[in-house]
Design a protein around this ligand. Structure first.
Ligand code: UD1
Ligand code: MG
Length: 456
C-alpha cells in the first residue's frame, strides 16, 4: 500500500520565547522540522505533506530544497483540523502517517512498525510515562482494547492517573481519516478539533485500534521550550557519539562533543574534550583532534594532528600535518602533506606546500607557497592595500626570516632567502638573499642610564 506522510508544524511555539518559528530551531545544527522530514523520507513515502501556519513563509523558504506539498493552515484550530487541511491532496488508497514537526528523535524502525500496524485501521504510538502530565491519556476497556484518548485538560481526576499516553504520532488508512475526521467536533475544554478523537469514532464503528510503543521515552520527546530543546539536543549528540564510538572512534567524553552537521571518521581517530564540528567534516584514519577545537567544513587526511584550541574553517588539510595549538585556519586554506602550522598563526586562502612550516605568530593570506618552505616567527603577508587584496607567491625551499613583512603583490622564487626583520616589496629571485632593514650601528662608550634615568 501507498504511504503518505503528514507532518504537523503549524504550532506557534510561544514557550520558546523566540521570533523564529519553533520548528526552525536547530538540533545538531539542523532545524527540528528537517530532522522529521529526513526521518519521513527514509520511509520512502509517495508524498510528503507539511502543515504550516505560524511563520509559514519562513519555514517553507528554509526547507525549499525538499519535495514537499506545503499545506497552509491559516488558523490553528487543532490537530484534527490540521490533518483535514492535507486530506484533499492525499490518495484514497494510501496509509497515512502523522508526525509532529517538533518531535525529531523518533526512530525509523518505530515508525515502520506503526505503519505496518495501520493497514486495516488506526494505530497509535503510545508510551508509559512516570509523569504523564499534559499528555492525552489512552483509554482502554476491561479487555485492554483501546477505546479512545482523553486530553489532559478534559480528563477526570481518575483518568489523569493513567500513565499510558498518546505520543501524538499515529497512522491509519486514508479512508479512516476521510470517514472520521469530518465527524470530529470542537466541543472540549480547548475548543479544538482533536485528531485523536478519530480513535473513539473508529471504535464506535466497530473498528479495532492497534497500538505500538517506542523503544525509549526520548524517541517521543517533543520540543515546547528551550529546556526541552536542550534535552533533545543532548540526546541527539549522545546518539551520534555512540554511533561514532561503535564505528571505532575514541571520544574522550561523549558528553563534551558537539556535531552540528556530519562527521565522517576513518579508523583510529581520537577526539578530545569540547570539540565542535560544524557542516561537513571528514577526519582520516589516525587523525587526532585536541581539546577545545572548532572545525567547520573541513577535511583532514590520515595521520594529521590538530592540537588544542584550534579554529579551522573551510580548509583542506593533507596527511601527517600538524596544526596548532592555537591555530586559526580560515576558508581557502589548503595544507599539503606534512605541512606544519603552529601557534598563533592565521591563514586564509593559502596553499601551503608539502612539508612547509609556519610555526609561530604569522599571518599568511592570499598566498601560494611551494614545498619545503620555512616561514619564521612573526611573518606577515601584507595582502591588503586598503582597497584591494594582492597575492604573495612563494616558491620551493624558500626561507623567510622572523619578523618579515611581505608586501603583496610579491614573488619569492625558489630557494629565495629573506633576512629576518625585512620588509620585502619587490621580487626576490631564485637563490637570492633579500635584506631590507637598517644596518646595525654600535655606539662605543655609551653611558647607560642610571636608576633615576639621568645620564650624567
Ligand atoms: C497533542 C495530542 C495529545 C498528545 C500530545 C503529545 C491532540 C488534541 N492532542 O497534544 O493527545 O498527548 O500531542 O505531544 O492532538 N498543530 C498544528 N495545527 C494545529 C494544532 C497543532 O499543526 O492546529 C501541531 C503543532 O505544531 C504540534 C502538534 O500539532 O507539532 C501537536 O500540537 P500541540 O498543540 O503540541 O498538541 P498537544 O496539546 O501537545
Ligand atoms: Mg505539544
Amino acid at each position: 500500500m501507498n504511504l503518505e506522510i503528514v507532518i504537523l508544524a503549524a504550532g506557534q511555539g510561544t514557550r520558546m520565547k523566540s521570533r523564529l518559528p519553533k520548528v526552525l530551531h536547530c538540533v545538531g545544527g539542523k532545524p527540528l522540522l528537517e530532522h522529521v522530514i529526513n526521518t519521513a523520507q527514509a520511509l520512502v513515502p509517495s508524498a510528503l505533506h507539511v502543515v504550516v501556519g505560524h511563520g509559514s513563509e519562513q519555514v517553507q523558504e528554509s526547507l525549499a530544497g525538499y519535495d514537499i506539498n506545503w499545506v497552509v493552515q491559516p488558523e490553528r484550530l487543532g490537530t484534527g483540523h490540521a490533518v483535514m487541511q492535507a486530506l484533499p491532496s492525499i490518495a484514497d488508497d494510501s496509509v497515512v502517517l502523522v508526525l509532529y514537526g517538533d518531535v525529531p528523535l523518533t526512530r525509523q524502525a518505530t515508525l515502520q512498525q506503526l505503519v505496518a500496524s495501520a493497514q486495516d485501521g488506526p494505530a497509535l504510538l503510545t508510551a508509559t510515562l512516570q509523569d504523564p502530565k499534559g499528555y492525552g491519556r489512552i483509554l482502554r476497556d476491561s479487555s485492554g482494547a483501546m477505546v479512545g484518548v482523553v486530553e489532559d485538560k478534559d480528563a477526570t481526576d481518575e483518568q489523569r492517573l493513567l500513565r499510558e499516553i498518546n505520543t501524538g504520532l499515529l497512522a491509519a488508512p486514508a479512508n479512516d481519516f476521510q470517514t472520521y475526521l469530518p465527524r470530529v467536533d470542537n466541543k472540549n475544554q480547548q475548543g479544538e478539533y482533536y485528531l485523536p478523537d478519530i480513535i473513539r469514532l473508529a471504535v464506535a464503528n466497530g473498528k479495532s485500534v492497534a497500538s505500538c510503543t517506542a523503544e525509549s521515552e526520548l524517541e517521543i520527546l517533543g520540543v515546547n521550550d528551550r529546556v526541552q530543546l536542550n534535552q533533545v539536543e543532548r540526546e541527539y549528540q549522545r546518539r551520534l557519539a555512540e554511533e561514532l564510538m561503535r564505528q571505532g572512534v575514541s571520544i574522550a567524553d561523549a558528553a563534551r562533543l558537539d556535531i552540528r552537521g556530519s562527521l565522517t571518521c576513518g579508523e583510529e581517530v581520537f577526539i578530545d574534550v569540547n570539540a565542535v564540528f560544524e557542516g561537513a567534516v571528514t577526519l582520516g584514519s589516525g587523525v587526532s583532534v585536541g581539546a577545545n577545537c572548532v572545525l567547520s567544513d573541513v577535511s583532514v587526511a590520515d595521520g594529521t594532528v590538530i592540537h588544542p584550541m584550534s579554529h579551522i574553517q573551510g580548509a583542506v588539510i593533507g596527511r601527517d600535518c600538524s596544526v596548532g595549538p592555537y591555530a586559526r585556519l580560515r576558508p581557502g586554506t589548503v595544507l599539503a602533506d606534512g605541512a606544519r602550522i603552529g601557534n598563533f598563526v592565521e591563514t586564509k586562502k593559502a596553499n601551503i606546500g608539502t612539508g612547509s612550516k609556519v610555526n609561530h605568530l604569522s599571518y599568511i593570506g592570499d598566498c601560494d607557497m611551494g614545498s619545503g618552505v620555512n616561514i619564521g616567527a612573526g611573518t606577515i603577508t601584507c595582502n591588503y592595500d586598503g582597497l584591494n587584496k594582492h597575492k604573495t607567491d612563494i616558491g620551493n625551499h624558500v626561507f623567510v626570516g622572523s619578523n618579515s613583512t611581505l608586501v603583496a603583490p610579491l614573488c619569492i622564487e625558489d630557494q629565495g632567502f629573506v633576512a629576518a626583520g625585512s620588509t620585502v616589496t619587490t621580487t626576490v629571485g631564485k637563490d637570492e638573499l633579500a635584506v631590507s632593514r637598517s644596518r646595525q650601528r654600535n655606539i662605543k662608550g655609551w653611558n647607560r642610564p642610571d636608576k633615576r634615568g639621568s645620564k650624567d
